[in-house]
Design a protein around this ligand. Structure first.
Ligand SMILES: Cc1cc2nc3c(=O)[nH]c(=O)nc-3n(C[C@H](O)[C@H](O)[C@H](O)COP(=O)(O)OP(=O)(O)OC[C@H]3O[C@@H](n4cnc5c(N)ncnc54)[C@H](O)[C@@H]3O)c2cc1C
Length: 320
């Protein structure tokens, strides 16, 4: 990827964010012979993880390697890729968009794909941020199998409820739920029953920090000094879409159990004509395979939209 001089260039589509979702849209648009620029700040969400799981044919591949392969495929169809950050996207008044790059001036896009991902806000427990994506994890489908049968600690968070503890109990017989400052009253009778049936141990008392020995997680320390030996800790980050460009454009949002996310139709079209949003920018459950699928759907919808727009213009010109 180069810092190409893209000043004042006009593209059919500017893709903002070059993770899986953005690159997937770019791949299909490049194959449709569209002129496409992908602007990517280069901080994909799963970068801390050594391996990417659950993507058919690429299960276990390092995330950076996966994206490098896709970038090469995309570039093979003439798509331009630039390492930069989009700071602003503004309608030009004709249904198209001026896009401002932090380092590379401005470009013009007839259509936009916003694939900027989301930000994980981790619980403020010493040790969690340092070990995120290694032995501090969040997703049973991403990393659960790899930690099967290990002693797992789950830090309770109201947003995730007891779901993580129940899901990890399917993978390990040694799961402990730490209620922390929330206390026993955080759980309903029905939840206590489910936890008992799943044989999940429940520990009350504030969590002080994670204990690390020789660069490996070994336990969860409580404020009263007790250490519960654990080799894996599960947390529920607060997930916030990186949607400042969309809100700047006036895109509608919708409420989800994980918070407010941009409102999109099944192709990723937002409430702003000409602007699509895909991947984790549109929802927390967009795993890599879903992000790829969302990008593909948006790419085909955008190509059709551009085709019909151009043909309508040509037909109108022919009749005048
Ligand atoms: C620790 C961890 C491990 C995971 N493991 C797995 C797994 O094993 N399997 C799985 O399916 N899923 C996994 N996930 C989920 C996975 O990370 C997401 O599904 C995937 O990253 C979503 O792709 P995306 O393209 O929407 O967003 P991202 O991959 O986050 O890409 C967004 C890109 O946009 C860029 N960007 C943001 N703002 C701008 C801007 N203004 N201008 C330009 N560029 C911008 C970012 O720098 C980034 O490169 C994991 C998540 C985490 C946190």
């Amino acid at each position: 990827m180069s810092n190409a001089d893209s000043e004042q260039r006009v593209y059919d589509v500017v893709v903002i964010g070059g993770g899986t979702a953005g690159l997937s849209a770019a791949l299909i648009l490049g194959r449709a012979r569209r002129s496409v620029l992908v602007v990517d700040a280069g901080e994909p969400r799963n970068a801390p993880a050594a391996h990417m799981q659950g993507y058919p044919s690429r299960d276990g591949m390092p995330p950076a390697e996966f994206l490098a392969v896709v970038r090469e495929e995309v570039a093979g169809y003439g798509v331009e890729l630039v390492r930069d950050r989009v700071t602003k996207a503004v309608p030009d008044g004709s249904g198209e968009f001026d896009v401002v790059l932090a380092e590379g001036g401005g470009v013009h896009g007839r259509r936009l794909v916003v694939a900027t991902g989301l930000t994980d806000e981790l619980p403020d427990v010493p040790g969690v941020a340092e070990r995120w994506g290694r032995d501090v994890i969040h997703c049973p489908y991403c990393h659960g199998y790899e930690v099967r049968d290990e002693p797992v600690g789950v830090l309770y968070a109201p947003a995730a409820g007891i779901h993580q503890a129940l899901l990890f109990s399917q993978l390990s017989h040694d799961v402990t739920l730490f209620l922390g400052a929330h206390g026993e009253d955080a759980l309903t009778d029905a939840e206590w029953r489910l936890l008992a049936a799943a044989e999940v141990a429940v520990v009350t008392g504030e969590v002080a920090d994670l204990v690390v020995t020789d660069d490996r997680l070994t336990g969860v320390r409580l404020a009263d000094g007790r250490v519960i030996p654990r080799t894996v800790t599960v947390v529920a980050p607060r997930m916030t879409p990186n949607d400042s460009l969309l809100t700047g454009l006036g895109a509608d949002t919708r409420d989800t159990p994980a918070g407010r996310f941009p409102a999109v139709d099944p192709t990723g079209l937002t409430s702003v004509p000409g602007v699509w949003a895909v991947g984790n920018a549109t929802g927390p459950a967009e795993q890599v395979v879903n992000a790829a699928s969302g990008g593909y759907r948006a790419g085909t919808a955008i190509n059709m939209d551009l085709l019909l727009t151009d043909l309508e213009d040509r037909a109108a010109a022919a009749t005048t």
